[in-house]
Design a protein around this ligand. Structure first.
Ligand SMILES: [Zn+2]
Ligand SMILES: [Zn+2]
Length: 336
């Protein structure tokens, strides 16, 4: 039986010849379908963008005046000879898997995904396909996530204990996605919640889309920390060790990431507390997601591609690793 190559791997990224478009391309192209607004997926310089309606406001904020068309989850559109639709990936609000069908052959590009629900993102939905291009950021058995409730209880207990001794809690989190997910889990009864400008900008966008987040106070130069005793401060991880954070003394620092599962990474991060929480699927989630697609061809990308492809081959899949541009930086960009 003839099976058309629905998607190809080109130097610019994943390409669909039948529809003449790319998915999350790395370098400028004419037409780009974007799984979600993180910087390693939604890049500058494309002529035309297509994404979900929920992902659009953040993309406009990050990329400025772009030509951006949107589609709701589940709607089907013909692009050239391809039928295209977006399906929830459960990674951050608006994140999508992209389904492409050509001549009855179905491929799905997962983008980044998380199989367990949170309070903000549309929950992940498996999509049946013949070929599945899957991220595998945490594609090793060591990566198992505690439940969101467990992690939330741990973070709130850490914060409450700090507040009780007049200590600030500095919590590092990527400004799009992870920060808002943490916010949705914090107990505002403990003390005030303060935010770095990068986090607050994304908060404002998501609140404007109707997502509920607890009240936060933006840390401006005029803000007097003394008027916010015991506060938890949410900021991008990069600013925790710098001048910006120095006004909050004494402080305990924390970082929430899937990488906190690894002791060596916890040490290198030199934070007081590491919380295991990721916006990506863990080992069990990846395996479960792949199984539920019913796909026979699996293309692992974005992570431990070689090891994961070998594992999948042993499980009887037709698995082929796909090189990604930024594998060396993966450790720094959980949540991205
Ligand atoms: Zn990513
Ligand atoms: Zn992402």
């Amino acid at each position: 039986m003839f099976r058309p190559m629905v998607l190809e791997f080109k130097p610019q990224g994943i390409y669909c010849p039948a529809g003449d478009f790319f998915i999350d391309p790395w370098s400028p192209v004419d037409r780009a379908l974007i799984t979600h607004g993180h910087a390693d997926h939604a890049r500058e310089g494309h002529n035309r963008y297509l994404a979900t309606d929920i992902a659009a406001p953040v993309m406009r904020h990050r990329l400025g005046d772009i030509t951006l068309d949107t589609m709701p989850y589940g709607e089907v559109r013909e692009i050239g000879g391809a039928r295209v639709s977006f399906h929830p990936a459960g990674h951050i609000p608006g994140s999508a898997q992209i389904r492409v069908e050509v001549g009855g052959e179905v491929w799905v590009v997962s983008g980044d995904y998380k199989t367990t629900p949170d309070r903000l993102s549309t929950p992940f939905e498996p999509v049946r396909c013949h070929s599945f291009i899957t991220e595998c950021t945490f594609g090793l058995p060591v990566f198992t996530w505690p439940s969101e409730e467990e992690t939330a209880a741990e973070i709130n207990a850490w914060w409450a204990a700090n507040a009780a001794t007049g200590t600030y809690s500095l919590l590092g989190a990527y400004s799009l996605g992870k920060a808002q997910r943490l916010l949705s889990l914090l107990d505002p009864a403990i003390a005030p919640i303060l935010t770095h400008g990068a986090v607050e900008a994304t908060n404002a966008i998501l609140r404007g889309q109707g997502l509920h987040l607890p009240d936060t106070t933006h840390v401006t130069p005029e803000l007097d920390p003394k008027t916010h005793p015991g506060a938890l401060i949410l900021a991008p991880p990069g600013v925790l060790a710098g001048n910006w954070a120095r006004r909050f003394r004494p402080a305990s620092t924390g970082f929430a990431s899937g990488w906190m599962r690894l002791r060596g990474v916890r040490r290198r991060r030199s934070v007081d507390r590491g919380f295991v929480m990721s916006d990506h699927a863990d080992w069990a989630g990846l395996n479960e997601a792949i199984k539920s697609t019913g796909a026979e061809n699996i293309y692992p990308t974005h992570g431990y591609t070689d090891i994961f492809a070998r594992w999948l081959s042993d499980q009887g899949y037709n698995a082929q690793p796909v090189p990604t541009e930024f594998t060396g930086e993966m450790l720094e960009e959980d949540g991205a």
